[in-house]
Design a protein. Structure first.
Length: 156
């Protein structure tokens, strides 16, 4: 993380290096809080798993922000699909475009799967600044119509 985020670690009992390693291990390797606690203990750092949990809750946004410049620009080939998922006890459609590198461009939830939802979804995805030259879909009828409407000057 950058030196500008060093102040984010002010007031914590452990050095920023210990906190950073613990949070990185948790985020990168999908370990449990108790696993991180055990790995730190093997290195002579006695910390409770609840403390690791608090660090993860507090510093994950810092790590996300620090990693943002590392993302590459979305590619020109998009694979677009939607799926039906349960969110907070309600069924909803999850729209997601992925580029040819496997990078998720945007995620959007909608109660409906119709022309309005497709238009909102593509408007948000195109707001990232990238305009795809090729879009592969599951043949939902609304997609070609909305895409031609939003990007009329594209080459087919």
């Amino acid at each position: 993380m950058s030196s500008s985020s060093a102040s984010a670690f002010a007031g914590f009992r452990f050095p920023r290096e210990v906190i950073s390693v613990a949070v990185r291990w948790y985020l990168r390797y999908g370990l449990s809080y108790r696993d991180v606690e055990e790995l730190l203990a093997e290195r002579g750092v006695t910390v409770d798993h609840v403390t690791v949990y608090r660090w993860v809750q507090r510093f994950t946004p810092e790590f996300v922000e620090a990693a943002r410049p590392c993302r590459h620009l979305p590619g020109g080939r998009w694979f677009v699909d939607e799926t039906y998922v349960k969110v907070d006890g309600r069924w909803t459609y999850l729209y997601r475009p992925v580029d040819q590198y496997g990078q998720v461009i945007d995620v959007w939830l909608s109660a409906r799967r119709d022309l309005t939802a497709a238009r909102t979804f593509f408007t948000r995805a195109l707001a990232t600044g990238a305009v795809p030259v090729e879009v592969t879909t599951d043949r939902t009828p609304a997609y070609p119509r909305v895409f031609d409407e939003l990007v009329p000057d594209r080459l087919t």
